[in-house]
Design a protein around this ligand. Structure first.
Ligand code: HPA
Length: 278
């Protein structure tokens, strides 16, 4: 069997496995990344599937990512949460990374909310800031849509001009204003990792227009846009990298900093979901 055919087969197998077991078809899919798990604990849970019990789901190798798929309600909205993700730096291809999301898109949800921890490149940023993503730059030398196209899933050449939905961004900003939370807006660049950036690389990433750098999210957003979902992306700025005054980036501190913003982000996302008209 060709590699692509095998991928289609696996996606369908997992879709059929879940279809029989899930309590409802979700309207919103959320991916919770590094240090941002608490929202997954606050949801009114109906069903929980550890990733290892779902056929073909990739298993995270990073300790900070538990890995479970949660179905439940936030403000009476039907939600599926991917609590924990795998990354390109773990050795997975971007097709493998996006496998769980691809399966969930077959249930025809409307909205995808994705969060991550990122390094600040914009020197106005501070650690603990919450940044809504307005656009991205893909520096991973791979694309989850590479290979034979399946028109049932989406177009060969998906338009990315409104990848991060403008209406969702403005609703998120409105929510933040009402809750008196200051938020940032910026461009997220993804690097392959796992080594962190050198000062010279940091300078380069600033020059190409990025405000924050991380190692996730972009493959998932490409798949979500391909499947016709509206996307809201949020970065928690865990550290700020100044190329002219470069401090070592300690990954355990990255996780700690992102945890500090957890409560604020949780409140924002809950209120945002409440306002969604779906
Ligand atoms: N660089 C890349 N990825 C990151 C960083 C960083 O500084 N901080 C959190 N994720």
């Amino acid at each position: 069997m060709k590699k692509e055919d095998l991928y289609f087969k696996k996606v369908n197998e997992t879709y059929n496995f879940l279809k029989k077991k899930i309590p409802f078809f979700p309207d919103i899919i959320i991916t919770l990344g590094t240090g941002l798990f608490s929202l997954g604990e606050k949801i009114k849970k109906v069903e929980v599937f550890p990733y290892e019990e779902i056929p073909h789901f990739p298993i995270p190798t990073v300790e900070t990512h538990k890995g479970q798929l949660i179905f439940g309600y936030i403000e009476d909205k039907k939600i599926a949460i991917l609590q924990g993700r795998v990354h390109y730096y773990e050795g997975y291809s971007t097709k493998e990374i996006t496998f769980p999301l691809r399966v969930l898109t077959l249930f025809k949800p409307e909205i995808y909310i994705v969060s991550n921890a990122a390094g600040g490149l914009n020197l106005n940023f501070r650690s603990g800031d919450i940044m809504v993503i307005k656009d991205h730059i893909n520096l991973i030398p791979d694309n989850p849509l590479r290979g034979i196209s399946n028109e049932e899933w989406g177009p060969r050449f998906p338009d990315m001009s409104n990848a991060y939905d403008k209406e969702l961004i403005s609703l998120f900003k409105k929510t933040a204003k009402e809750l008196r939370e200051e938020i940032r807006e910026g461009i997220y660049v993804v690097v392959p990792g796992p080594s962190l950036e050198t000062p010279a690389e940091t300078k380069f990433l600033r020059m190409i227009g990025a405000d924050a750098v991380g190692m996730s999210t972009v493959p998932e957003v490409i798949v979500a846009v391909h499947a016709g979902l509206k996307v809201l992306g949020i970065s928690v700025i865990s550290n700020v990298n100044d190329p002219d005054n470069f401090k070592p980036i300690v990954f355990s501190e990255v996780v700690e900093e992102s945890k500090k913003a957890e409560k604020r982000l949780e409140r924002l996302i809950k209120e945002f979901i409440k306002k969604l008209k779906i």
